[in-house]
Design a protein around this ligand. Structure first.
Ligand SMILES: Nc1ncnc2c1ncn2[C@@H]1O[C@H](COP(=O)(O)OP(=O)(O)O)[C@@H](O)[C@H]1O
Ligand SMILES: [Mg+2]
Length: 183
């Protein structure tokens, strides 16, 4: 993998259907890297950034969400990505240039657990169904697998609390194996 030679500080994409645990995991991973590598990764929640920076041209009234614009996101991200050291937290991955990303954490969750999480978030039934269907149909997973080399992808279950710690260990092992954060 060439990119690891170019970047001391990896760019890591954390992806998966809404509710799988991306934002929770990203925050934990950021702390873990700070503790173990003495380096603070940038925590980039793209959903928030799209809204805050108006990186959309349309609004989806049905689900009350912006329809994000791939090109606007890429233009916004390019200078940040070039510096390396980014944790990108986003549910969509197909539009992100392959060589921007060194590792992908693809989180997965079963339907019943995902249902409970989305319900707790206050989503209406239609939005819950749409998201659960995305997980069943592997929409994000396919997006990731079509766009990125399989060697970069870690597909991990995020269903119970214990999974979080296990997943952190797996990702840290991979980071060490690839010698990121070293000279
Ligand atoms: N591995 C896990 N086990 C149990 N609950 C989790 C796990 N990961 C996340 N959660 C919970 O699920 C909910 C959604 O997590 P969040 O990180 O916001 O997901 P996302 O960012 O992918 O939408 C939160 O309430 C979070 O605490
Ligand atoms: Mg989130």
């Amino acid at each position: 993998m060439d990119s690891k030679l170019e970047r001391k500080y990896p760019n890591i994409l954390i992806s998966g259907t809404p509710g799988v645990g991306k934002t929770s995991f990203t925050t934990l991973l950021q702390s873990r890297i700070t503790d173990e590598k003495n380096y603070q990764m940038k925590n980039i929640n793209l959903g928030n950034i799209v809204t805050e920076n108006k990186l959309y041209k349309e609004w989806n009234d049905e689900f009350n969400v912006p329809v994000f614009d791939d090109d606007m996101i890429c233009d916004y991200l390019e200078p940040i990505i070039e510096e390396g050291g980014c944790l990108l937290d986003f549910h969509s991955a197909g539009f992100i240039p392959e060589d921007w990303i060194d590792l992908i954490v693809l989180l997965r969750c079963n339907n019943t657990e995902l249902y409970d999480r989305l319900k707790a978030r206050g989503y209406n039934d239609k939005k819950i169904t749409e998201n659960i269907e995305c997980e069943i149909m592997e929409v994000t997973a396919d997006d990731v697998k079509e766009n990125f080399n399989s060697e970069k992808i870690m597909e991990l279950k995020s269903e119970v609390i214990d999974d979080m710690e296990k997943n952190l260990d797996i990702v840290m092992d991979k980071i060490n194996e690839l010698h990121f954060f070293e000279n």
